[in-house]
Ligand binder design. Structure first.
Ligand code: ADP
Ligand code: ADP
Ligand code: MG
Length: 456
């Protein structure tokens, strides 16, 4: 078993990982930037090391400083969480060279799945349905025109190295292709230092449905249910739920077997997520694989009873998966709301400052994963996500009612958040019916913002 773990992250996910490690009696080391000295992850870990100034590029993304911290504190493994270095193959190779274990798959798998063109190609070869689109990279606008004509508008221009919804552009008519291609490409170069682009058919108003996978070193792979993450704004998820009520049992089985096929195709090891879009006829298509723990993993934990982070740590330690596919029986409903420091009424401008007072909701089957406390600092340097509220109930409407109640209890004073926007969504009739796609927020934003005003 891992003896001492360095957590190369901050915020709620650092706390989340520390909790599971402590329960497995693994010692923990937190890292932090000078900006984060007062954060809870620093207090909860057994030890902590400052790894640089506020700017992520000099601290949480500083590979040398993180490895030095791990070696100096005699850690034998590093957990990356999500974001930051979690999908950085160079980081994983550097850890391997330093003799440290990485809580995640190998650098080869990360490289391959991080290159979305290569991943798409691999899935196609292995019989996993992918969205119709280009064969490999689209090098320039001329080629983009030819491919878009062939697959038919609307199309989606995507960045091979993309993540967090960046480097993507929808194009509805050929007149817009040139400008959108160029702007997606420059955004991709700026964000990922990689201007490799490809094109997919834009599936109109799909559901985003993803499958949670666990795989050990011994080729045991299981699917732990799906998550419907269609409530998105600018391709960033806001609310996630499991199960996806649009899937029939038959479709669900097909989806799981496609996800397992995808994991097998790359010899996957550790926790991972295979993402799909589901069209209006319930055809699903692979879009990408995330080779890390995801923000929305708790909904799966709520309905399966499996601690995914503990499983990650056990897999990294070389243990065999004890859970069998037959053990995964899902008969409840879970919902997660992502709480962000932002101003929905001012075009979602990120918010920062001090939280003067914080009260987290409680009650049966109500979970809060957040780094907030009364007095916490919300820094302008990092992601605006403050944490998540997760609830479970035996019925879907029960879970919705529980989430409303939880959001009513939540108190955050000192900074603006999206609390009441989330609350408004929970009263929308289409949301209540489960009748929603990734266009939900775009279509209803004005109405939701008005409702939100009324609730405040
Ligand atoms: P999830 O499905 O887990 O929500 P996201 O793509 O939203 O995945 O990413 C989770 C977190 O990681 C978010 O905070 C997002 O901003 C960040 N992130 C994702 N991809 C990248 C990337 N390539 N570079 C930097 N941050 C990223
Ligand atoms: P990221 O790495 O930024 O998460 P994804 O490939 O997962 O990139 O795409 C982000 C979101 O964009 C998805 O959750 C989905 O809502 C939407 N999307 C991706 N591909 C398509 C497509 N071909 N058609 C329609 N929507 C798509
Ligand atoms: Mg994605």
């Amino acid at each position: 078993m891992i003896k001492k773990l360095l957590i190369a992250n901050r915020g709620e996910i650092a706390l989340r990982i520390i909790r599971s490690a402590e329960e497995l009696q693994i010692k923990t080391v937190a890292v932090y930037s000078t900006e984060d000295a007062e954060q809870l992850h620093v207090k909860f870990a057994d030890e902590s090391v400052c790894i640089g100034p506020a700017k992520s590029s000099e601290s949480y993304l500083n590979i040398n400083n993180i490895i030095s911290a791990a070696l100096a504190t005699k850690c034998d493994a590093v957990a990356p969480g999500y974001g930051f270095l979690s999908e950085n193959a160079k980081f994983v190779r550097a850890l391997e060279e330093a003799g440290l274990k990485f809580v995640g798959p190998s650098s080869e798998v990360i490289d391959m799945m991080g290159d979305k063109i290569a991943a798409r190609d691999l899935m196609k070869k292995n019989g996993v349905p992918v969205v119709p689109g280009s064969d490999g990279e689209v090098v320039d606008v001329e080629e983009a025109f030819i491919i878009a004509e062939k697959i038919g508008y609307p199309v989606l221009i995507k960045a091979s190295g993309g993540g967090g919804g960046k480097g993507m552009r929808r194009v509805y008519k050929s007149e817009d292709l040139k400008i959108e291609f160029e702007s997606a490409k420059s955004e991709a170069i700026a964000a990922f230092n990689n201007g490799s682009m490809y094109i997919e058919k834009l599936i109109v108003s799909p559901k985003h449905v993803e499958v949670q996978i666990l795989a050990d070193k011994y080729s045991n792979i299981i699917a732990l249910g799906e998550r419907d993450c269609s409530i998105q704004r600018k391709n960033q998820k806001m609310i996630e739920e499991t199960p996806c009520i649009r899937l029939t049992e038959e479709k669900r089985k097909e989806l799981y077997s496609a996800a397992i096929k995808a994991a097998k195709a790359c010899n996957y090891e550790n926790a991972g997520t295979v993402e799909f879009v589901l069209d209006r006829e319930n055809n699903f298509y692979f879009i990408e694989m995330n080779t890390r723990i995801q923000v929305e993993h708790p909904v799966t934990e709520m309905v399966t009873g499996v601690d995914l982070v503990k499983e990650q740590l056990k897999i990294t330690s070389g243990l065999k998966l004890k859970i069998k596919q037959e053990d995964i029986n899902i008969n409840s409903y879970a919902i997660e709301c992502r709480l962000n420091a932002e101003k929905p009424l001012e075009n979602f401008l990120p918010e920062s400052g001090n939280v003067n007072f914080f009260y987290a909701p409680g009650g049966v089957n109500t979970r809060v994963d957040s780094y907030l406390y009364s007095g916490a600092k919300v820094s302008p340097y990092y992601d605006s996500m403050l944490g998540k509220i997760i609830v479970k109930d035996s019925t879907r409407i029960g879970a919705i009612r529980k989430m409303r109640r939880a959001l009513e209890e939540l108190i955050i004073e000192g900074i603006k958040t999206n609390q009441y926007l989330l609350y408004a969504i929970l009263f929308d009739m289409d949301f209540i019916r489960g009748n929603y796609s990734t266009s939900f927020i775009e279509d209803k934003l004005e109405e939701l913002l008005n409702l939100m005003e009324a609730y405040r």
